[in-house]
Design a protein around this ligand. Structure first.
Ligand SMILES: [Ca+2]
Length: 306
């Protein structure tokens, strides 16, 4: 069944959707629409949205019947699409949909869907195995691992995730869950066990429209206590630059259990003047986040742990 005006139905309260840009080599996954759908009383879910799909609400909440009068073939039908993952309200109470990682910086994360819970700040990842998706909680590194500009904690209310032109993934958080609160922080996900050979990875940059000034991308670097401090973010040069650190023992950790750190970007860069109430609402949308991402990406100083 195809709909021309209604793409899909039976969703309840989608909170953040993203489109998978696909594996850079094979193209696998390209175009898939991932959404977090906030539940009513008991379950949060992640869905892949297909055209004509019935996502169940309000007959179903997660994989459970919500309204017994509606849980029948008449209302659900053949086009019902199950969530790829459900979690109960003992785990979290408000899902924030995320992104499939398609960047080059952190091969561990390739193809992994990163998302979180707005209510308690727990971060999760979904890994695809055939038709199954395996969910695990993301483990942030200890203070020993997440040093310098790398953080292993963040304000707990996860508003949104974002992606830059190169496929690196970001998170927008706040510590006050209010639409009138203009404070917040943007983090970029960093896998300290990076990385494979970036020359073997190519990502097609996808420019996003930006309103306002853009600072030119000007990478710089200096050596500090044996660690390289790159004053650069995730532009193309970082992806393709030969890196001698790759041959050190730490680069052999590529198959270790991924531990994540976060690097803080200067969130104030995207709030350059007092916001009107309507702008504040937009601030909570991922569109402005993506626009801010590019601006931040081009201007923020950023440690990269080797
Ligand atoms: Ca559903």
């Amino acid at each position: 069944m195809k709909f021309h005006e209604i793409f899909a139905y039976g969703v309840r309260n989608m909170w953040r959707c993203s489109v998978d840009r696909g594996d850079s080599e094979s193209g696998y996954g390209a175009g898939r629409i991932f959404c977090g759908d906030v539940g009513q009383n008991r379950y949060e879910e992640i869905d892949i949205i297909v055209n004509g799909g019935n996502y169940g609400w309000r007959a179903m909440e997660g994989n459970s019947c919500y309204d017994s009068n509606l849980c029948n073939e008449r209302f659900i039908g053949d086009n019902y699409v199950s969530p790829i993952h459900v979690y109960s309200h003992s785990v979290g109470k408000s899902v924030t949909g995320g992104y499939v990682y398609r960047g080059c910086q952190y091969p561990h994360l390739q193809g992994i869907y990163i998302y979180g819970d707005f209510w308690n700040g727990r971060l999760f990842k979904l890994e695809e195995n055939g038709e199954e998706w395996t969910n695990t909680e993301i483990c942030l590194g200890t203070k020993d691992i997440c040093t310098g500009n790398l953080w292993n904690f963040f304000p707990k209310n996860i508003l949104s995730f974002g992606e830059d032109e190169a496929g690196e993934v970001y998170m927008l958080v706040t510590d006050i869950a209010s639409s009138s609160h203009t404070g917040g922080k943007i983090f970029r996900f960093v896998d300290p066990n990076k990385r494979g050979n970036p020359e073997e990875c190519h990502v097609e940059e996808r420019p996003v429209p930006v309103f306002g000034p853009i600072s030119p991308f000007e990478p710089s670097s200096n050596e500090k206590n044996g660690a390289t401090t790159d004053g650069q973010s995730v532009g193309e040069e970082d992806v393709t630059k030969p890196d001698s650190v790759l041959t050190t023992s730490r680069s052999n950790n590529i198959h270790a259990v991924p531990t994540l750190c976060l690097t803080l970007l200067t969130a104030s860069l995207i709030v350059t003047k007092p916001l009107s109430s309507s702008e504040r609402l937009v601030m909570f949308g991922f569109v402005i986040l993506l626009q801010g991402m590019q601006y931040v990406q081009r201007t923020a100083q950023d440690y990269i742990l080797h």
